[in-house]
Each structure stands twice: as structure tokens, then as C-alpha cells.
Design a protein around this ligand. Structure first.
Ligand code: NI
Length: 177
């Protein structure tokens, strides 16, 4: 297992449509293990493969530390996940992203979703998720389609957020010098 480097907004891999997984082998399972380890190390609740520079349709989510009472908030790894149903009911909640550290904003999404995909061994998985679990799944599935949460906020808020991000980037670059 290894902690991989997380890539930040501005890296083109985060904007690519990630590749469908066709081979369920030891390499895929190693990727999933690294993703979990990287996510825990960064204290995140979800991670998508493009966030470690791998343009493939794999996501991991683990809310157990944030929402211990929710029996559905299990540790999940999903390969080729697709949202096959979403509730009409929407909810607004603040989201952050390990690829945009230091920034968050309120994003409106369906409260509940059904997600279908495979586990890392190639078995079919169907998940019914609500609330934070549903939100995390949608956020990570967005990543494999090249979508970031900043794309789902109003243009005005996005401009403000991107301005803040430029400042954070400039400060990081200055520190690295
Ligand atoms: Ni994210």
C-alpha cells in the first residue's frame, strides 16, 4: 500500500472523462487500497481515481468517522459507478474537495440516489443512499466525469471561489520557492 499524491484543481486529469475499467485484476485492487490509504491520510470522506492522477472510473467513500449512526454509511469502493436514479427532492449542504483544499461552498444535489457499479472483484453492486452518503457518492462520480463541485455553484460564487483559489495557489508557489 502507498499514499499517493493528490492532484489539485488546475491539473487537466481532473477535467478528463475517466476510462471505464474492463480488467478486474490485482492492479485494480492495489489502486483501490492506495485510494483508501490516501483518503484516510488526507482525512477525507471520499476520493476518485483522477484525484491521484489516474484517469479511471474508480471511487472510494467512507463516512464512518463522520456519521457513525448511519448504518448505510459503509466503506465502499465502486468501479464504473453510475447514478441510475435520483430523488426529485434536493438538499443544500457545504462541500469541500481534497483537490481544492481550503475552499468549500454550498452545493444543491438530490437527497437520495441509486448507484450501480462493480466492486473491485467485478461483482455487481447496487446502492441506495441518502443524505451525506448520497452526496459523497454524487461528488465522487462527478470527479470521474471531469466535474468539480465549483461547477455546481452559481457563476458569481464560482468567480469568488476561483479568485480565492488563485490566491491560495500563489501563496503555495511562494512557499515552495
Ligand atoms: Ni472532490
Amino acid at each position: 500500500m502507498a499514499i499517493r499524491e493528490i492532484v489539485y484543481m488546475g491539473d487537466p486529469v481532473l477535467r478528463a472523462e475517466a476510462e471505464e475499467v474492463t480488467v478486474f485484476d490485482e492492479d485494480l485492487q492495489a489502486l483501490v487500497r492506495d485510494m483508501f490509504e490516501t483518503m484516510y491520510h488526507a482525512d477525507g470522506i471520499g476520493l476518485a481515481a483522477p484525484q491521484i492522477g489516474v484517469s479511471t472510473r474508480v471511487i472510494v467513500v467512507d463516512l464512518r468517522r463522520r456519521d457513525e449512526d448511519d448504518p448505510e454509511s459503509q466503506q465502499v469502493a465502486l468501479v464504473n459507478p453510475v447514478v441510475t436514479w435520483e430523488s426529485k427532492e434536493l438538499a443544500k449542504q457545504a462541500e469541500g474537495c481534497l483537490s481544492i483544499p481550503g475552499l468549500e461552498d454550498v452545493v444543491q444535489r438530490p437527497v437520495s440516489v441509486r448507484v450501480e457499479g462493480k466492486d473491485p472483484d467485478g461483482n455487481d453492486i447496487v446502492l441506495e443512499a441518502d443524505d451525506l452518503f448520497a452526496r459523497a457518492l454524487q461528488h465522487e462520480i462527478d470527479h470521474i466525469d471531469g466535474i468539480l463541485f465549483v461547477d455546481r455553484i452559481s457563476p458569481l460564487k464560482r468567480r469568488m471561489l476561483l479568485k480565492k483559489w488563485k490566491k491560495i495557489e500563489a501563496e503555495a508557489a511562494a512557499e515552495a520557492r
